[in-house]
Design a protein around this ligand. Structure first.
Ligand code: SF4
Length: 467
């Protein structure tokens, strides 16, 4: 089992209709969320929206996109980390205000959602949804009552939020993009021929033939117009906290994130891993598709040839539901099959990006041994994940991690491998190319960039200044 992605968002302001551009933008970041999709579009007089459970192509068709008429809009793919998994909670989350309709798409997770929930309960407000984005919308709606300046209302809203949030906000027909003060989740800005686009990942810009302008800075608010993009800055702590898992697993390899091409980072991870854990072997196998770039780097660094020894069935849906335990056991076999001639009597290094529960890797080792592998050595492009994520990734309990309270030898035994080595934290940081103090490595080291009850927090002095 892999960690589930969080969410992804796209926003466009253009001289022409945006619904199709948003639709294709969402298709590019479908990997960031497969439970629900939604879109809100404004034409200067009216805001229209549509959202539902399902993949992007299941939620939208030609008729729906035709009805979403307008030159400015926001869109979202969702995997829920908080709240119920219902179509109602698909984004955008909407509200009516004195400034007209507003719509918000959120990627991330608030760490003070419980405090906000109490606050609204005490005020007697009904809580329609359970997702933390609902709180953002309510606070913003309240601030818009108090101020007719949307940028001021947004910055006053942000002062009440803690945690990870990249936001696309539609206020009437004005589009705003926001990145939290630590820059935990990604968000970039691009210039199209006839407008501007914001997106969670740069391949959306590539698809729309938009020129990359920048990654939003931590704490940056951008008002995105068709011709200009105006920037504002809220106070930020001294250090950033970009999620290291975006580089290791979540982002597409062709995404350029905060100045680093994710594919290059993954290759460097593989190369460093090869230096840190030299292995006598005949072949390096990637786990398709997640371990491909890491394995290519490992093969380069170790001078052991890479081979496609595991073949992926491309037609198994990611949302495939297997009702019986026995069927679930078969699911890895359905997805991956070994090439026997590459396996028989061979010493194999299997490379993947990360291990969470260990169920998939255990099955892969079994498959290879059953196909005649002499030795199976597992190499992982991420240090052991032992702590929960509170910042937008669905890894919530320590018990779910195979590395919980175990060392590498014990994990190797549990998954049946002849050896297991994870990249070191120092090696990972070197491969990513940002200083350690500008990365979130909370799920690796149990120390988080924002206060979380019962957990260690780093740089607390600096954070207090802003909060
Ligand atoms: S805890 Fe882990 S997954 Fe969550 S934001 Fe930090 S690095 Fe990313």
């Amino acid at each position: 089992m892999k960690a589930k992605e969080c969410c992804g968002l796209v926003g466009i302001c253009s001289d022409s209709s945006v619904s199709r551009k948003l639709f294709f933008g969402l298709k590019v970041i479908q990997h960031r969320g497969q439970e629900a999709a939604g879109m809100a579009v404004a034409d200067g007089t009216k805001m229209r929206w549509h959202k539902d459970a399902g993949l992007v192509h299941e939620v939208f068709d030609k008729e729906i996109l035709d009805e979403l008429e307008g030159n400015v809009g926001i869109a979202h793919v969702r995997y829920s980390t908080t709240g119920m998994k219902t179509a109602d909670e698909a984004h955008p989350i909407m509200a009516k205000t004195t400034m007209g309709d507003i719509a918000v798409c959120h990627n991330g997770e608030l760490t003070n959602a419980e405090a906000l929930r109490d606050h609204f309960r005490k005020k007697g407000a009904g809580l329609e949804g359970l997702s933390d984005t609902e709180f953002i919308v309510r606070i913003l709606a309240g601030e818009l009552e108090a101020s007719t300046d949307p940028t001021r209302a947004i910055s006053r809203t942000l002062a009440k939020l803690r945690g990870a949030y990249s936001l696309a906000i539609l206020i009437g027909d004005r589009l705003f993009a926001v990145r939290d003060p630590h820059g935990i989740r990604p968000l970039c800005l691009g210039k199209m021929k006839d407008g501007h686009v914001i997106a969670s990942e740069t391949p959306v810009l590539d698809l729309l033939e938009a020129e990359f302008i920048k990654d939003l800075k931590p704490g940056e608010i951008v008002e995105v117009g068709a011709n200009v993009a105006k920037s504002y800055q809220i106070p930020t702590p001294r250090h950033k906290a970009h999620c290291m898992f975006e580089y290791v697993y979540f982002s597409r390899p062709d995404n350029c994130l905060d100045g680093q091409l994710v594919y290059d980072v993954r290759r460097r991870i593989g190369e460093i891993l090869a230096v840190e854990s030299p292995t006598e072997a005949d072949s390096v196998f990637p786990v398709p598709d997640s371990g491909r770039a890491h394995a290519a780097g490992y093969a380069d660094g170790s001078v052991i040839p890479m081979a496609e020894g595991l073949i992926k069935n491309r037609f198994v849906e990611r949302t495939f539901i297997l009702p019986e335990q026995r069927d679930r056991e078969l699911s890895v076999l359905l997805k991956l099959n070994p090439v026997k001639s590459l396996v028989e009597d061979k010493r194999i290094v299997v490379v993947d990006d990360s291990i969470i529960r260990g169920t998939t890797m255990r099955k892969i080792v079994q498959i290879l041994k059953k196909a005649g592998a002499k030795e199976v050595h597992v190499r992982i492009g991420c240090p052991p994940v032992r702590h929960p994520c509170y910042l937008g990734i669905d890894m919530k309990t320590r018990e779910q991690f195979v590395a919980n309270e175990k060392d590498e030898k014990q994990i190797a035994k549990e998954i049946g491998a002849d050896s297991l080595v994870h990249i070191s934290l120092e090696g990972l940081v070197e491969a990513i190319g940002h200083p350690m103090e500008d990365l979130c490595c909370g799920c690796l080291i149990g120390e988080y960039p924002v206060p979380i009850e019962g957990e260690r927090v780093r740089h607390q002095e600096t954070l207090k200044k802003f909060y």
